[in-house]
Design a protein around this ligand. Structure first.
Ligand code: DGT
Ligand code: CA
Ligand code: CA
Length: 566
């Protein structure tokens, strides 16, 4: 399936077009890209049937472009745009506050093509002189650049996971392949990913290498050998493939899943027992004691099986030695999603559509929590919320086997007051509090603001508690110890937001919060029906933070959940 690749090329065209300002063309490319990335069928099949133009937002012009991508693997129009603006758009766009328009200005006026140029011109104070920039903007750009640097070269797990699974699927469909797994940081479900690591077992390595390096997802072959090959994919990400023998697959999988620190600790344990551990097995002298499965290797080293999400050497090895590993929340323990947006605010789908999607996932409940008066998100006021509550009553009476709860994601002003009146809050099943503006307060102020919200008797959940956005924005300055303390005192539930860019609380904060005794909820913050599947990213984050089922309120059946929300 090339849907993701086609969508990413169309998005990139839109980025370039946006340099000259947003117009109908930019919007058309964005819309087409969006249609394709959320399509559940293969775009290639639709193209073969000549039905591209039947898709929403795809006209004759863009249909031709899509056919060209499917035929040739690239788009000449995009190549021409790249020639016109020979700059590293990816890294420049990753700096918060820099969009296509500013990037064009910086390129035209100062010749800035990449982050190094940007830093140099910023430090020489050349940026502040440009029209619409100023000292404040220049300072902010320099600060955000630092942050963007750290995250370049890594991609969001939520963006890479399905691509990795696609590659795994294609390889496992080959007759000569008996095993294939994705290893590395993706298997550990780390929030960002450096590259894709594929491990296989096959008797015909050369066939598999040919197949791997010739996939239509590949832009460039970096290295091709008999036991290992590396390619660069269309999105700039590298993928490795390695071939092993059936009897070594367990130790290879263990080794290439990492993390590095985890591996080092395991090797030390092996050495302390006068053994040797590498990707081919655990050895005593020349004798191989275990290598076929990961379980065998763990057992030989005196350890309980450690799930990949925990393999970061943060105490899990000691726990496995003592038989004290946590009973992690499972991916199918989640009984409902408690943070969802609809077309009543800035979501794409109706309440009914969201409810049916949740039902098809097997959930017992969901909560509709549209934004309040936040200007950018077409928010709700008291009156609209009341209307929505009646609408939910109506839909609840028409749908079986799932319950729609009435909620709201209420904004906190800079003091932590809510922007909905108490008698309306009273009627809701749950209230989520969230910071959506004034991010840059001093820590004392921010803590006070959030404390006020947690102390509010109507607030059940604090959404995305630290406000970070991966590759985009740092967390608020906030004393987390104080926050976790206050959350336990007030019984406010802290969210693990599953949105690929947020994953907030993040893994280590989940662990801290749970150690403080905080209650957690894993939500998607979905803005359309497709976002509901992001729940697996939130559960992965909770698991990486050692969270158990008992720590997470939306693993509870409805009746018990309502008790918690009382
Ligand atoms: P990434 O790709 O940066 O997101 O992170 P990983 O963990 O996937 O790292 P990667 O792709 O460089 O290597 C995959 C795994 O292979 C890594 O987690 C541990 C193992 N590994 C690779 N090289 C070494 C090494 O030199 N020493 C040890 N102990 N392990 C290694
Ligand atoms: Ca990797
Ligand atoms: Ca690698």
């Amino acid at each position: 399936m090339q849907n993701k690749k086609v969508a990413s090329i169309l998005h990139r065209v839109a980025d370039y077009l946006e340099m000259d300002g947003v117009d109908f063309r930019t919007k058309a490319y964005r819309r087409a890209a969006h249609t394709i990335e959320t399509l559940s069928v293969d775009i290639e099949n639709i193209s073969k049937e000549g039905k591209l133009e039947e898709l929403p937002g795809i006209g004759k012009h863009i249909a031709e472009k899509i056919e060209e991508i499917l035929d040739t693997g690239k788009l000449q129009y995009l190549e021409d745009l790249k020639d016109e603006y020979p700059l590293d758009l990816d890294s420049l766009m990753s700096v918060e506050g820099l969009g296509p328009k500013k990037i064009k200005l910086l390129f035209n006026e100062l010749g800035i093509m990449n982050l190094d140029d940007l830093e140099r011109e910023g430090k020489h104070h050349h940026i502040r002189r440009l029209k619409g920039m100023g000292v404040k903007t220049e300072t902010k750009i320099l600060q955000n650049l630092e942050f963007a640097r750290k995250s370049t070269g890594r991609e969001l797990l939520g963006k890479v996971l399905s691509l990795a699974q696609e590659i795994k699927g294609r390889i496992s469909a080959l007759e000569e392949v008996s095993q294939v797994e994705i290893a590395g940081s993706i298997r550990r479900r780390k929030e960002t990913v450096g590259d894709i690591d594929v491990l296989t077992v096959t008797d015909h390595p050369n066939h598999v290498m040919d197949f791997f390096t010739q996939m239509d997802l590949v832009d460039e072959i970096i290295a091709k050998g008999h036991s290992k090959s590396t390619v660069r994919l269309y999105n700039g990400m590298d993928a490795d493939i390695r071939v092993f023998k059936e009897e070594d697959f367990g130790s290879a999988l263990l080794y290439f899943t990492g993390s590095r620190e985890f591996n080092i600790h395991l090797r030390k344990i092996a050495i302390s027992w006068k053994m040797k551990l590498n990707e081919y097995g655990v050895f005593q002298g020349d004798e191989c004691l275990a290598s076929r499965t990961e379980k065998d290797v763990f057992k030989t080293l005196g350890l309980d099986y450690i799930t990949p999400e925990l393999r970061e050497n943060t105490g899990e090895i000691e726990a496995a030695q003592e038989g004290k590993l946590p009973h992690l929340v499972d991916y199918n323990d989640i009984k409902g999603d408690l943070h969802l947006h609809t077309n009543w605010s800035d979501g794409k789908n109706s309440i009914n559509q969201m409810a049916r999607e949740a039902k098809s996932r097997g959930y017992d409940y969901l909560a509709i929590t549209d934004h309040t008066t936040l200007p950018v998100a077409r928010g709700m006021n008291d009156k609209k919320l009341k209307e929505q509550m009646s609408e939910i009553d109506k839909i609840n009476s028409q749908i079986d086997d799932i319950t729609i709860l009435k909620g709201s994601e209420v904004n906190l002003d800079s003091q932590g007051n809510l922007d909905i009146s108490e008698d309306v809050l009273e009627e809701l099943d749950l209230v989520i509090a969230a910071v959506h503006y004034d991010f840059r307060q001093e820590p004392e102020k921010m803590n006070m603001r959030i404390s006020n919200a947690l102390e509010n008797e109507y607030v059940n959940i604090l959404a995305h508690p630290t406000g970070r956005k991966l590759k985009e924005r740092q967390a608020y300055k906030l004393d987390l110890e104080q926050l976790f303390q206050k959350a336990t005192e007030t019984g406010t539930v802290l969210e693990v937001n599953s949105s690929p860019k947020r994953l907030d609380l993040k893994d280590i904060h989940v662990k801290m919060a749970a150690e403080h005794g905080c209650q957690l909820v894993v939500n998607t913050d979905a803005h359309n029906i497709h976002d509901l599947k992001n729940i697996k990213l939130g559960v992965a984050t909770a698991r990486r933070g050692w969270a158990e089922k008992k720590d997470i309120i939306n693993t509870l059946p409805l009746k018990k959940l309502l008790k918690v929300l009382e």
